[in-house]
Write a protein of this length. Structure first.
Length: 248
């Protein structure tokens, strides 16, 4: 693949089949490539617009031979207007202070990450990550990445988001929060905050990763309308009648 006519060739590799973490009884394979060198940001921009996601210094795309359930999705920020339920979530969290920081891992972040994993994903691979693994997830990046920290008035950390800045938007790589604060809707609030930040930066999109229709825990992504999905080589509208509507 050539980026910006500089004849930079990306090498792609196919992973071996592994049990799918989202759909029981199925197996996943991924097309992966490294993000290395001075053109990493340009390559990352191009791949993100083609449905890839980043993890550490790797960009990947689901490439399952008998399944196309994973749909890359992105919010179109210009058309987004929060409805009543989203406004309530914003109001519940208007006491929080957000700080954008370099992608540097801290012990405070890791403690919150571990608490979140134990409460929400206790049987998942990420629940077994130690402090070194967490630091690698945050710091092993060759692209434009930031940490969004959200704190209460007493300065205690309540939520964290790892965010990549692209030429056409922000990419929500991973987020976690205090699971004892369910009433706040922190996962939703982080996305709402990223949308506001993208608008301030005149960036048109928030990339939310993959949506799978059969996976209930991914259904929240459809609420952020207008939403586009990358299908058959192009971004297309994905309307949802159950979204947080603009008219309520």
């Amino acid at each position: 693949m050539t980026v910006n006519q500089r004849r930079l060739t990306q090498h792609y590799f196919m992973t071996a089949p592994m049990p799918c973490p989202y759909l029981p009884g199925r197996f996943e394979r991924k097309l992966v490539t490294e993000l290395r060198g001075p053109e990493s940001n340009n390559v990352h921009d191009l791949l993100s617009r083609s449905g890839f996601r980043r993890s550490h210094s790797i960009a990947y795309l689901p490439a399952c031979s008998d399944c196309n359930a994973c749909v890359p999705v992105r919010v179109c920020c210009d058309g987004f207007k929060p409805g009543r339920s989203f406004r309530r979530i914003n109001n519940r969290n208007n006491d929080l202070v957000r700080t954008v920081m370099p992608p540097t891992a801290t012990q405070e972040q890791y403690q919150l990450f571990s608490t979140y994993q134990d409460a929400r994903h206790g049987n998942g691979d990420m629940a077994r990550m130690d402090a070194r693994d967490y630091r690698a997830m945050i710091e092993d990046s060759t692209v434009d990445s930031s940490i969004f920290e959200y704190r209460r008035k007493d300065d205690s950390l309540i939520a964290v988001a790892l965010v990549d800045t692209l030429a056409d938007g922000l990419s929500a790589v991973y987020s976690f929060f205090d699971p004892a604060e369910d009433r706040r809707g922190l996962g939703t609030y982080i996305i709402l905050d990223l949308i506001n930040e993208a608008k301030m930066l005149s960036l048109p999109h928030i990339y939310l990763g993959y949506w799978i229709e059969e996976c209930r825990k991914m259904s929240y992504k459809m609420r952020f309308q207008p939403l586009e999905g990358f299908q058959d080589g192009q971004w297309v509208s994905m309307a949802n009648k159950d979204a947080d509507t603009q008219s309520d």
